[in-house]
Design a protein around this ligand. Structure first.
Ligand code: G1P
Length: 274
């Protein structure tokens, strides 16, 4: 019913320079696993096996990561190191991976629109890999698929953020349906504190209905020249067709060095490492 997940991974990752000069930011490891792999594991757990990447220049390492490396695997065959490849082998076995390029950096909305060729006319999920999420019992995407099955419209993951941080996120206004599920009535991309309709922020997990592509094709770029997914979602929200879901779990902003460090410490505590 929903089995596609899009990963926009064309961004430059300038906050991590010089590390990201020649390496995709999505390949930075939390412990020994690249960020993007956590995202794909979350997608698989939610039953999404058709993985699409919207890539750009300098992102080839992502394609190589989700493929066999015969020489290396031959080298370590039969040694204790093979177990380090167990998780990635599991993803390769269960998922398919497709790639398309975003020719120009024109914002998240433009990146998602570029994914049309991989998604087509089906509902699909979007994961921003630098928002690293750990669900409580289920992963965040799996929880959202449950909400989608109930309402059959677009779903955004949200969390409460400190008021001074509203200018870092898409911020929404809502009508509450349950303790964790809300109908979105308004949304603004990165508002200043005095313009923010609430402190409920969209984090990097979306389920989108395919009419979003048509809407994106007529969504004007904002003042910075970027097509915002938030503005396209607002058109759906005006039809009552966007739900917000306050997920059970934890999320780390791995697009910033302090958030990345916090995620690393959390994973070390939770999963350990030998
Ligand atoms: C994007 C979206 C924003 C959302 C955020 C979540 O912003 O535009 O609405 O709240 O992701 O991480 P970015 O972080 O790419 O600037």
């Amino acid at each position: 019913m929903i089995n596609k997940c899009l990963f926009p991974v064309a961004g430059y990752g300038t906050r991590f320079l010089p590390a990201t000069k020649a390496m995709p930011k999505e390949m930075l490891p939390i412990l020994n696993k690249p960020l993007v792999q956590y995202g794909v594991e979350e997608a698989l757990e939610a039953g999404l096996t058709n993985i699409g990447f919207v890539t750009g220049r300098g992102k080839r390492a992502i394609e190589d990561h989700f493929d066999f490396n015969y020489e290396l695997e031959h080298q370590i065959e039969g040694t204790g190191k093979e177990r380090l490849l167990a998780d990635i082998r599991n993803l390769i076995r269960h998922c398919t991976f497709s790639y398309t390029r975003q020719g120009a950096m024109r914002g998240l909305g433009h990146a998602i629109h570029s994914g049309y060729t991989l998604v087509g006319e089906e509902p699909f999920a979007v994961v921003l890999a630098d928002d690293l999420c750990f669900g409580e019992k289920q992963g965040v995407l799996a929880q959202m698929v449950g909400v989608f099955k109930q309402f059959r419209c677009s779903v955004v993951a949200i969390e409460e953020v400190p008021e001074e941080d509203t200018d870092k996120y898409g911020i929404i206004a809502v009508d509450a349906i349950t303790e964790r599920i809300f109908r979105v009535t308004d949304m603004v991309e990165k508002p200043a504190l005095d313009q923010a309709p609430s402190n409920l922020a969209i984090v990097g997990r979306y389920i989108l209905t395919p009419d979003i592509f048509e809407i994106l094709s007529t969504t004007e770029p904002d003042a910075s020249g970027e097509v915002q997914i938030t503005n396209a979602l607002l058109a759906q929200a005006r039809q009552g067709a966007v739900m917000a879901y306050k997920f059970r779990g934890k999320r780390f902003d791995c697009g910033s060095v302090p958030g990345f460090l916090e995620a690393t410490n959390y994973c070390y505590e939770r999963f350990g490492y030998e």
